[in-house]
Design a protein around this ligand. Structure first.
Ligand code: UDX
Length: 454
């Protein structure tokens, strides 16, 4: 099939490259010439394991351009995967989506094209895009005869750092449209993925990956809500375990044991039950906020989702309070933060707990040194005001340090030769912000081990 993808961010690029790998003819459009040049040269503008290998494999079926006129005409499916940053009131800013939809409408010429919202957009946006498409199309002097289109939603569930795996071996595919013809086209498009009829060059299926992927084919509004409902559920699962973690600390229980005992109940499941400084990233914060904003338009409060957000914010403050209760005075103390990326295997800094924790510490007069194995360069670019607090070496963090906090679960930190650094510190305190270090071992090495649970 002929596919066009508008926007080569995380979601757009992964979608385009994966569909090209599955045998479709794909044109990716991005208005950023530098990005397009990079991608044409086989280089990936984001850090995502496996992406460049898949890009090379899919190259014969893949074109990159800045021009809508090169991508949209003749396409059976146009994916719109542009950024939807948070506006001031928590609702997503849809201006890029609007202009992308207008540009698509200016270039439609095929007998039937499905225009798919791949960005995470508020419930109802499908209808809104449909109206924009129809208006812009009607205004064209050169509008072709025999050209129809329908809008669909096809939410993405990929995790950064696992984008290729999650796209090639998804738990499910969700497609939603009020047009049966559009659903049929998407069903065809995803056949190779649903039937798993391919051999991946980079990632092999994991033992719990299914051999046939379930397809949820539904109406537009339901598909839009599935995405938000799923992300908010994962977010509140993390907040729940963090809330229980705080109680565990107070009653003298071990949250690791509690989470293990809970997770073995198959109705609960062990994934996303890891306590720590909480979630960050581009999705959970934004999506929970957007869900609350949508609900309030309908005069409905979302107390559970709101509470999940509050607990998450509270965890970041608790990290600082744990240090304060140990060191008493934070002013003038040197605190090392290990990890600035919001999670391991990505250089994404959006809503990263490290940023908030650093801000809270600096506000209390502490001296902060941050480190990250991958995200340092991006951190310097995006947060110039915090850049002087970044250290390229671990020695620079540990040297004369009063406490270090493990903020991001990078393997490098878990496997660190901690014994080598203990002697460098002024007071060897470690706060395990991801609940991943062995408390007894750390004590043996001479550290005072603190967990997030009080
Ligand atoms: C998430 C969803 O997983 C994905 O399905 C969605 O469509 C986009 O948002 P992503 O943001 O890339 O993906 O990261 P994810 O791996 O889900 O982690 C999110 C955050 O939660 C990270 O900050 C992580 O450290 C934290 N987390 C995760 C926990 O604190 N505890 C856990 O048990 C799991």
């Amino acid at each position: 099939m002929r596919v066009c993808v508008v926007g080569t961010g995380y979601v757009g690029l992964t979608t385009g490259v994966s569909l090209a790998f599955l045998g479709h003819q794909v044109t990716c459009i991005d208005l950023d010439q530098d990005k397009v040049d990079m991608l044409r040269g086989g280089k990936c503008p984001i850090y995502e394991p496996g992406m460049e290998e898949l890009l090379a494999e899919a190259a014969p079926n893949l074109t990159f351009t800045t021009s809508y006129a090169e991508g949209v005409p003749g396409a059976d499916v146009v994916f719109v995967a542009v950024q939807t940053p948070s506006a001031g009131d928590g609702s997503p800013d849809l201006r890029y989506l609007r202009s992308a939809a207008e540009s698509v409408a200016q270039n439609l010429d095929h007998e039937f094209t499905v225009v798919v919202n791949k960005s995470t957009v508020p419930i109802g946006s499908g209808n809104w895009v449909d109206a924009i498409l129809r208006d812009s199309f009607a205004q064209r002097d050169d509008r072709p005869e025999n050209c129809e289109f329908s809008v669909a939603s096809n939410p993405e569930f990929l995790r950064e750092g696992n984008a290729i795996h999650d796209t090639l071996f998804p738990d499910r595919i969700v497609i939603g449209s009020d047009s049966p013809r559009a659903l049929e086209v998407l069903n065809q498009l995803y056949r190779p993925l649903i039937n798993q009829t391919f051999t991946p060059p980079v990632f092999q299926p994991r033992p719990d990956d299914t051999t046939a992927v379930p397809l949820v084919s539904t109406d537009l509004a339901s598909a839009e809500l599935i995405k938000y409902a799923a992300n908010a559920f994962l977010a509140l699962k993390i907040s729940y375990v963090n809330e229980i973690g705080q109680l565990a600390g107070k009653v003298g229980a071990d949250i690791t044991e509690v989470a293990r005992g809970m997770g073995l109940d198959q109705r609960i499941g062990s994934r996303f039950l890891e306590p720590g400084v909480g979630w960050g990233g581009s999705c959970f914060g934004k999506d929970t906020k957007a869900l609350i904003a949508t609900a309030s338009e309908y005069n409905y409060d979302m107390p559970i989702v709101k509470a999940a957000r509050d607990v998450n914010q509270r965890q970041r403050e608790i990290a600082v309070e744990r240090l304060q209760s140990e060191l008493r005075i934070l002013k003038g103390r040197k605190i090392g933060l290990l990890g600035v990326a919001f999670k391991p295997n990505t250089d994404d800094l959006r809503d990263s707990p490290a940023l908030d924790i650093a801000g809270l510490l600096l506000a209390r007069g502490a001296r902060v040194k941050l480190h990250d194995p991958i995200a340092g360069e991006r951190f310097r670019r995006e947060y110039p005001e915090l850049a002087p607090h970044l250290s390229d070496t671990l020695d620079g963090v540990f040297d004369d340090c009063d406490a270090v906090v493990l903020v991001t679960k990078w393997a490098q930190y878990i496997e660190l030769d901690w014994g080598k650094f203990v002697g460098l510190m002024r007071t060897p305190i470690v706060l395990d912000g991801r609940n991943v270090l062995d408390a007894e071992r750390m004590s043996r090495l001479g550290f005072k081990y603190l967990s997030m649970a009080g």
